[in-house]
Design a protein around this ligand. Structure first.
Ligand SMILES: [Zn+2]
Length: 245
Protein backbone atom coordinates (compact mmCIF):
# COMPACT_ATOMS: atom_id res chain seq x y z
CA UNK A 1 0.00 0.00 0.00
CA UNK A 2 1.29 3.45 -0.89
CA UNK A 3 1.35 6.31 1.59
CA UNK A 4 1.21 9.91 0.40
CA UNK A 5 2.29 12.69 2.71
CA UNK A 6 3.76 16.19 2.77
CA UNK A 7 6.77 17.64 4.57
CA UNK A 8 5.22 19.35 7.62
CA UNK A 9 7.65 22.30 7.20
CA UNK A 10 7.70 23.16 3.49
CA UNK A 11 4.87 21.00 2.15
CA UNK A 12 6.94 19.04 -0.39
CA UNK A 13 5.02 15.94 -1.53
CA UNK A 14 6.36 12.45 -0.84
CA UNK A 15 5.04 8.99 -1.53
CA UNK A 16 6.35 5.64 -0.30
CA UNK A 17 5.38 2.06 0.59
CA UNK A 18 3.72 1.43 3.98
CA UNK A 19 6.65 -0.78 5.02
CA UNK A 20 8.59 2.48 5.46
CA UNK A 21 6.23 3.83 8.14
CA UNK A 22 8.26 5.44 10.90
CA UNK A 23 11.37 5.80 8.71
CA UNK A 24 13.19 9.08 9.37
CA UNK A 25 14.83 11.12 6.61
CA UNK A 26 15.88 14.66 5.73
CA UNK A 27 13.53 16.67 3.48
CA UNK A 28 15.17 17.23 0.08
CA UNK A 29 13.78 20.73 -0.14
CA UNK A 30 14.02 22.30 3.34
CA UNK A 31 16.40 19.85 5.11
CA UNK A 32 13.99 19.34 8.01
CA UNK A 33 14.18 15.91 9.63
CA UNK A 34 10.85 14.19 8.98
CA UNK A 35 9.30 10.79 9.52
CA UNK A 36 7.08 8.72 7.23
CA UNK A 37 3.73 9.19 9.00
CA UNK A 38 1.29 6.55 10.02
CA UNK A 39 -2.14 7.89 9.26
CA UNK A 40 -4.01 4.62 9.49
CA UNK A 41 -5.67 5.61 12.75
CA UNK A 42 -6.58 9.13 11.68
CA UNK A 43 -7.85 7.98 8.29
CA UNK A 44 -9.80 4.95 9.45
CA UNK A 45 -10.73 5.35 13.06
CA UNK A 46 -13.88 7.40 12.57
CA UNK A 47 -15.14 4.99 9.90
CA UNK A 48 -14.33 1.98 12.02
CA UNK A 49 -15.98 3.41 15.12
CA UNK A 50 -19.08 4.29 13.08
CA UNK A 51 -19.27 0.76 11.65
CA UNK A 52 -18.83 -0.67 15.15
CA UNK A 53 -21.66 1.46 16.49
CA UNK A 54 -23.80 0.11 13.63
CA UNK A 55 -22.62 -3.43 14.51
CA UNK A 56 -21.41 -3.95 10.93
CA UNK A 57 -18.60 -6.23 12.05
CA UNK A 58 -18.04 -7.83 8.64
CA UNK A 59 -17.39 -4.39 7.14
CA UNK A 60 -14.97 -3.57 9.95
CA UNK A 61 -13.15 -6.78 9.24
CA UNK A 62 -12.91 -5.99 5.52
CA UNK A 63 -11.39 -2.65 6.41
CA UNK A 64 -8.70 -3.90 8.75
CA UNK A 65 -7.86 -7.19 7.04
CA UNK A 66 -5.52 -5.68 4.41
CA UNK A 67 -3.39 -4.32 7.24
CA UNK A 68 -2.90 -7.73 8.87
CA UNK A 69 0.46 -8.85 7.62
CA UNK A 70 2.18 -11.18 10.09
CA UNK A 71 5.62 -10.32 8.69
CA UNK A 72 5.06 -6.63 9.00
CA UNK A 73 2.26 -6.05 11.49
CA UNK A 74 0.90 -2.58 11.06
CA UNK A 75 2.07 -0.36 13.87
CA UNK A 76 -1.45 0.62 14.92
CA UNK A 77 -3.29 -2.64 14.38
CA UNK A 78 -3.01 -3.47 18.07
CA UNK A 79 -5.00 -0.32 18.78
CA UNK A 80 -7.62 -1.19 16.19
CA UNK A 81 -8.04 -4.67 17.65
CA UNK A 82 -8.40 -3.35 21.13
CA UNK A 83 -11.00 -0.83 20.00
CA UNK A 84 -12.84 -3.69 18.33
CA UNK A 85 -12.65 -5.65 21.54
CA UNK A 86 -13.70 -2.73 23.70
CA UNK A 87 -16.56 -1.57 21.53
CA UNK A 88 -17.82 -4.78 20.07
CA UNK A 89 -16.96 -7.35 22.69
CA UNK A 90 -15.10 -10.54 21.98
CA UNK A 91 -17.68 -11.81 19.49
CA UNK A 92 -16.88 -8.87 17.30
CA UNK A 93 -13.21 -9.76 16.99
CA UNK A 94 -14.08 -13.42 16.47
CA UNK A 95 -15.39 -12.83 12.96
CA UNK A 96 -13.69 -15.14 10.47
CA UNK A 97 -10.34 -16.37 11.76
CA UNK A 98 -10.14 -13.53 14.24
CA UNK A 99 -8.26 -13.79 17.52
CA UNK A 100 -9.12 -14.37 21.14
CA UNK A 101 -8.25 -11.93 23.95
CA UNK A 102 -4.93 -13.76 24.25
CA UNK A 103 -4.20 -13.28 20.54
CA UNK A 104 -5.12 -9.61 20.69
CA UNK A 105 -2.85 -9.22 23.71
CA UNK A 106 0.01 -10.77 21.71
CA UNK A 107 -0.61 -8.37 18.82
CA UNK A 108 -0.58 -5.39 21.16
CA UNK A 109 2.53 -6.71 22.94
CA UNK A 110 4.37 -6.88 19.61
CA UNK A 111 3.25 -3.34 18.87
CA UNK A 112 4.48 -2.20 22.30
CA UNK A 113 7.97 -3.55 21.53
CA UNK A 114 8.05 -1.29 18.46
CA UNK A 115 6.54 1.68 20.25
CA UNK A 116 7.30 1.36 23.99
CA UNK A 117 6.39 4.93 24.96
CA UNK A 118 2.88 4.94 23.49
CA UNK A 119 0.45 5.55 26.33
CA UNK A 120 -2.54 4.48 24.18
CA UNK A 121 -1.08 1.04 23.60
CA UNK A 122 -0.69 0.39 27.33
CA UNK A 123 -4.20 1.70 27.96
CA UNK A 124 -5.73 -0.67 25.41
CA UNK A 125 -3.50 -3.51 26.62
CA UNK A 126 -5.07 -2.92 30.03
CA UNK A 127 -8.56 -3.11 28.51
CA UNK A 128 -7.70 -6.41 26.81
CA UNK A 129 -5.93 -7.72 29.93
CA UNK A 130 -9.13 -7.13 31.85
CA UNK A 131 -10.78 -9.68 29.56
CA UNK A 132 -8.64 -12.64 30.59
CA UNK A 133 -5.83 -11.80 33.03
CA UNK A 134 -5.80 -11.19 36.81
CA UNK A 135 -6.67 -7.61 37.89
CA UNK A 136 -3.13 -6.98 39.16
CA UNK A 137 -1.85 -7.32 35.63
CA UNK A 138 -4.47 -5.06 34.04
CA UNK A 139 -3.80 -2.50 36.79
CA UNK A 140 -0.11 -2.46 35.89
CA UNK A 141 -0.90 -1.67 32.26
CA UNK A 142 -3.19 1.22 33.18
CA UNK A 143 -0.56 2.52 35.60
CA UNK A 144 2.10 2.40 32.87
CA UNK A 145 -0.26 4.17 30.48
CA UNK A 146 -0.89 6.87 33.10
CA UNK A 147 2.83 7.29 33.82
CA UNK A 148 3.60 7.76 30.13
CA UNK A 149 0.88 10.39 29.82
CA UNK A 150 -1.28 11.70 32.65
CA UNK A 151 -4.72 10.91 31.27
CA UNK A 152 -8.14 10.97 32.84
CA UNK A 153 -9.32 7.67 31.34
CA UNK A 154 -6.38 5.72 32.80
CA UNK A 155 -6.86 7.41 36.20
CA UNK A 156 -10.53 6.38 36.08
CA UNK A 157 -9.60 2.75 35.35
CA UNK A 158 -7.06 2.78 38.20
CA UNK A 159 -9.77 4.09 40.53
CA UNK A 160 -12.20 1.38 39.44
CA UNK A 161 -9.62 -1.37 39.99
CA UNK A 162 -8.73 0.06 43.40
CA UNK A 163 -12.42 -0.05 44.29
CA UNK A 164 -13.68 -3.25 42.65
CA UNK A 165 -10.66 -5.50 42.91
CA UNK A 166 -8.46 -4.18 45.72
CA UNK A 167 -11.04 -2.73 48.14
CA UNK A 168 -8.80 0.28 48.68
CA UNK A 169 -11.03 3.30 49.22
CA UNK A 170 -8.14 5.77 49.77
CA UNK A 171 -6.58 4.83 46.43
CA UNK A 172 -10.03 4.89 44.82
CA UNK A 173 -10.57 8.46 46.01
CA UNK A 174 -7.08 9.55 44.97
CA UNK A 175 -7.45 8.16 41.43
CA UNK A 176 -10.93 9.57 40.88
CA UNK A 177 -9.62 12.95 42.05
CA UNK A 178 -6.76 12.68 39.56
CA UNK A 179 -9.26 11.91 36.79
CA UNK A 180 -11.32 14.95 37.83
CA UNK A 181 -8.19 17.16 38.03
CA UNK A 182 -7.37 16.06 34.49
CA UNK A 183 -10.80 17.25 33.35
CA UNK A 184 -12.57 13.90 33.04
CA UNK A 185 -16.00 14.13 31.44
CA UNK A 186 -16.99 10.68 32.66
CA UNK A 187 -20.07 10.65 34.88
CA UNK A 188 -18.70 7.52 36.60
CA UNK A 189 -15.85 9.58 38.09
CA UNK A 190 -18.20 12.13 39.67
CA UNK A 191 -20.86 9.57 40.67
CA UNK A 192 -18.26 7.97 42.88
CA UNK A 193 -16.78 11.22 44.20
CA UNK A 194 -20.24 12.52 45.11
CA UNK A 195 -20.64 9.55 47.45
CA UNK A 196 -17.03 9.19 48.63
CA UNK A 197 -16.59 12.80 49.82
CA UNK A 198 -19.54 12.95 52.26
CA UNK A 199 -18.69 9.47 53.55
CA UNK A 200 -15.22 10.74 54.46
CA UNK A 201 -16.96 13.67 56.17
CA UNK A 202 -15.62 16.13 53.60
CA UNK A 203 -17.20 18.59 51.21
CA UNK A 204 -16.60 18.01 47.54
CA UNK A 205 -14.66 20.94 46.03
CA UNK A 206 -16.79 23.34 43.98
CA UNK A 207 -14.71 22.63 40.87
CA UNK A 208 -15.66 18.95 41.01
CA UNK A 209 -19.31 19.81 41.69
CA UNK A 210 -19.32 21.97 38.55
CA UNK A 211 -17.68 19.21 36.51
CA UNK A 212 -20.14 16.66 37.92
CA UNK A 213 -23.03 18.77 36.68
CA UNK A 214 -21.53 19.02 33.19
CA UNK A 215 -20.91 15.27 33.14
CA UNK A 216 -24.55 14.74 34.12
CA UNK A 217 -23.77 12.67 37.19
CA UNK A 218 -25.64 12.26 40.44
CA UNK A 219 -24.85 10.26 43.57
CA UNK A 220 -28.09 8.37 43.15
CA UNK A 221 -26.98 6.82 39.88
CA UNK A 222 -24.56 4.52 41.68
CA UNK A 223 -25.90 1.03 42.27
CA UNK A 224 -27.00 0.16 45.82
CA UNK A 225 -24.17 -2.36 46.04
CA UNK A 226 -21.53 0.18 45.04
CA UNK A 227 -23.04 2.73 47.44
CA UNK A 228 -22.98 0.24 50.33
CA UNK A 229 -19.46 -0.87 49.46
CA UNK A 230 -18.18 2.71 49.65
CA UNK A 231 -19.78 3.16 53.08
CA UNK A 232 -18.27 -0.12 54.31
CA UNK A 233 -14.80 0.64 52.94
CA UNK A 234 -14.76 4.12 54.47
CA UNK A 235 -15.80 2.67 57.85
CA UNK A 236 -13.02 0.07 57.61
CA UNK A 237 -10.52 2.77 56.67
CA UNK A 238 -11.56 4.96 59.61
CA UNK A 239 -11.25 2.00 61.98
CA UNK A 240 -7.83 1.13 60.59
CA UNK A 241 -6.64 4.72 61.13
CA UNK A 242 -8.06 4.76 64.67
CA UNK A 243 -6.24 1.52 65.50
CA UNK A 244 -2.97 3.08 64.33
CA UNK A 245 -3.28 6.01 66.73
ZN1 LIG B 1 10.58 20.16 3.64
Amino acid sequence: MTINFNCPECGKKYSTEDKNIGFKFVCKQCKTKIQVPDDFIQENLNDIEKLLDEKKYDDVWKKIKPYLNPKNPHKEIGIIYSILATKGGRNCVRIEETPTWEDIAKIIDKTIIKDPTNSDLFYYRGVVSNGFEPPEKAYKYFLKSYKLRERADAAEMLALFSFNDFDNITATKKWFERAADLGSKSSTVYNFLLVIYPEFGEHMPQQYLDQAEIAGSSRYSLSNEAFQKIIDLVEEEKKRLEDQI
